[in-house]
Design a protein around this ligand. Structure first.
Ligand code: BGC
Length: 334
């Protein structure tokens, strides 16, 4: 009963009772990956009931996972510096990608986690072409642009200079990868945030960018959603098909989680909401590190909230799914 044990851990008794009361024919039970599934010996009516309940839970869990252009993927990512922190996060099966603000990751990420390279800024130009070629040949499908070019302490570039560099260094990889814009801050000061990005997009209209990336730090879930709505409108106005949020957290948590309960509530509020926005294709909380999502190398309250699929998502329509041996979920949208 490997799977029963695995997934029962996630459920409260109340959920189980509620799910058990559902009629099996009303739910779409996903096919399980035969290669790694050990089918249990269902001898008793009780164990059959538990097995069906488990499948229903898997099915509901999977329905909460977002979609990206019909690919098997969840939207959630790990923004990390130390790769050893990614496994505790990815083990839950809801993290599908990761980045480290750099172009390469010399070590292997856990199975099922795609590494996404970034051209951080001018300091990363040396050896960029060879490094990014090698990262793409390892299976990365995207390239992220400069990190906070609108901040003097980060990539610090004007929109027109950034556009020239983007065209020179990133655009040549169109066709080999999908290209994401520089990631701007959520600042509303003149020349920063979306203001910076408007100018950049004007100067980079021939750069083959298909997605926009932003960061957000603020004080509430509502303010976060308000900003992301603006970004969605921005993306649509430029015909961009994807919105990425590559850093986000409450202001109070910029140097590590300050208040477990407030952070947990924030994450539980915004992650299902992000999953329900179809144009939001990827997001990564800041960050997958000690004092943020981990304490002592294991998931803390915030980390558990980030990998959980609690909350609701009504965005996913026709979905089929599979479950792999290590509990990783994947979703294929037809
Ligand atoms: C910086 C990165 C750094 C990361 C995590 C980002 O804001 O630009 O260089 O690795 O924060 O500390």
């Amino acid at each position: 009963m490997k799977y029963t044990v695995l997934f029962l851990r996630k459920a409260s008794a109340i959920q189980l009772i509620a799910l058990g009361a559902l009629k099996p024919q009303r739910a779409r039970i996903p096919p399980l990956a035969e290669s790694c599934l050990e089918l249990p010996n269902l001898e008793t009516h009780f164990s059959r009931m538990i097995f069906v309940t488990t499948l229903l839970m898997v099915s509901l869990n999977v329905l909460s996972v977002g979609r990206v252009r019909g690919k098997a993927i969840s939207k959630r990512g790990a923004a990390y510096n130390d790769i050893s922190n990614v496994l505790p996060l990815s083990k839950a099966g809801t993290v599908s990608w990761a980045y480290n603000w750099a172009v390469t990751e010399p070590n292997e990420l856990p199975p099922g986690v795609e590494f996404v390279p970034m051209l951080w800024g001018t300091a990363s130009f040396d050896g960029w072409q060879e490094s990014v070629e090698s990262t793409l040949s390892g299976g990365s499908e995207y390239i992220l642009g400069f990190n906070e070019p609108d901040m003097s302490s980060q990539a610090s570039l004007s929109p027109s200079v950034a556009a020239n560099y983007y065209r020179e260094y990133i655009t040549p990889f169109q066709g080999k990868a999908k290209l994401v814009s520089p990631a701007v801050t959520s600042s509303t000061s003149p020349g920063m945030g979306l203001g910076w990005l408007h100018e950049f997009m004007g100067a980079c209209s021939s750069c083959s960018i298909s997605g926009v990336a932003v960061h957000w730090y603020g004080d509430s879930a509502d303010s976060f959603k308000g900003f992301i709505y603006e970004v969605i409108i921005f993306a649509r106005s430029y015909g961009l098909s994807e919105v990425w949020i590559t850093e986000f957290a409450l202001d109070a948590d910029m140097n590590g989680v300050a208040d477990d309960e407030a952070t947990e509530a924030f994450i539980h509020d915004v992650t299902p909401w992000l999953d329900s926005q179809s144009i939001v294709t990827r997001y990564s909380y800041f960050m997958c590190a000690e004092r943020y999502l981990l304490t002592g190398g294991v998931l803390n309250t915030a980390g558990k909230a980030y990998v959980s699929l609690s909350g609701s998502s009504d965005s996913v329509g026709s979905t089929s799914s599979s479950v792999s041996c290590n509990g990783l979920h994947s979703v294929e949208v037809q």
